[in-house]
Ligand binder design. Structure first.
Ligand code: PLP
Length: 395
């Protein structure tokens, strides 16, 4: 018999699976071209050629035993140095290779950070709405996730609520910027305010409170927006990054943790992360991907593609009278449900073969998430269905 805990996990994850199966069933009945699946955050743009070529070159030129072999648990030093140099060039930071730990995507990075900083019963704050997997990642390490309310007019965090939620057991705060599911970028002013609240609370409680900056969407920004780089605002920061979205390679499972050189006990923290990488069973991040990254650190996917989708769908939804904050980054829109129970709105959308995810999955009921990392043509085909859906709420 599997554990009771896992039985609960299975029950909890069945909603998304049910949606996936429903979409497949729907496609059989009405044809795949008539199903408008906006439920998944799977990248849509081609993998940059520079990255593909770097993989081919690595296979052709590297010693195969080294290329596919074990390494230091933190990753190849040349890859860690390449990450550090890339960050320093872009953000004026002072990382060295020794501050970087290569990880199995952002999911691996977050688990490694929580394994390193949490004792059982420690609390981690997340700014709602947030990526639902955080609940599992914190629970994996006997942590307790506490939620901070958003200001729903802007979807910046409610800073008074943040202040009130910090307790002597608070060990960390996760910030995802740009945000899945709203597409909002937390502004520099927000970040500065958060940093000074945390500084004050660190002093009050006499221990570190870590900022964990989860930023797999950092490069997916529009209209010239930029995302503040958090080690510049707060010393006790771990930046967790993934190439899943910026290079469209979520299946390759590659990312990193950058530890602020100004963190208290920085080198012990890096040692902890390396040990966590090993004992969580990752051992190290994929070797071939690390080698390929050295030669393609600057490669980027086609952000304009997502921007074109964003303009089409945001323009149409607002024209139809739906309410949502204009996304500044990532590839999601967070729409206010026109009726109090978001589940009913999700069901109403399904009748028009539109698949959306309820805001409750992101701890923000009353909203739905639309992922526009889909083909432009699918968005165009879906517009009459959105018109019919809007019509239902006008009556
Ligand atoms: N964090 C956020 C906010 C995400 O949206 C995702 C994936 O969608 C992840 C982390 C996990 O990313 P990865 O595929 O690199 O593990």
């Amino acid at each position: 018999m599997i554990s009771k805990q896992m039985q609960q996990e299975i029950a909890g994850s069945s909603a998304i699976r049910a949606m996936f199966l429903e979409g497949k069933e729907m496609a059989k009945q009405v044809g795949a071209e008539n199903v408008y699946d906006f439920s998944l955050g799977n990248p849509m743009t081609p993998v940059p050629e520079q990255y593909n070529q770097a993989i081919i070159d690595a296979v052709r030129t590297e010693n195969s035993l080294e290329l596919h072999g074990y390494m230091d648990n933190a990753g190849y030093l040349e890859t860690r140095q390449a990450v550090a140099e890339n960050l320093n060039q872009r953000f004026g930071t002072e990382f060295e290779g020794s501050h970087i730990v290569m990880t199995v995507g952002a999911a691996g990075a977050l688990n490694v950070v929580f394994k390193t900083i949490l004792d059982p019963g420690d609390e981690v704050l997340a700014l709602a709405p947030y990526f639902g997997e955080y609940r599992g990642y914190v629970a994996n390490h006997q942590g307790i996730l506490r939620e901070v309310k958003p200001d729903t007019a802007t979807f910046q965090p409610d800073l008074e609520d943040l202040q009130a939620k910090i307790t002597p057991r608070t060990k960390g705060l996760i910030i995802n910027n740009p945000v899945n599911p709203t597409g909002v970028i937390y502004s520099e002013a927000t970040i500065q305010n958060i940093a000074s609240i945390l500084e004050e609370k660190q002093k009050e409680y006499g221990h570190e409170i870590y900022l964990v900056s989860d930023e797999p969407y950092r490069e997916l920004v529009y209209d010239g927006n930029t995302v503040p780089f958090l080690t510049k605002y707060y010393d006790n920061t771990f930046v967790t990054y993934s190439f899943s979205k910026s290079l469209s390679i979520p299946g390759e499972r590659i990312g990193y943790i950058a530890v602020s050189p100004c963190m208290a006990d920085c080198s012990q923290a890096v040692q902890g992360l390396s040990v966590a990488n090993r004992i969580l069973g990752f051992v190290n991040a994929p070797s071939l991907m690390q080698k390929a990254l050295v030669k393609s650190m600057d490669a980027r996917t086609d952000v304009d593609y997502y921007d074109r989708n964003r303009r089409l769908i945001y323009g149409k939804l607002t024209e139809l009278g739906f309410t949502c904050v204009k996304p500044q980054g990532a590839f999601y829109l967070f729409i206010q449900s026109p009726e109090p129970e978001e589940k009913k709105f999700v069901e109403a959308a399904k009748k028009h073969h539109i698949l959306l995810v309820g805001g409750s999955s992101f701890s923000c009921p009353g909203y739905v998430r639309l992922a526009y990392c889909v083909s432009y043509e699918m968005i165009e085909r879906s517009l009459p269905a959105f018109e019919k859906l809007a019509e239902e709420y006008r009556r």
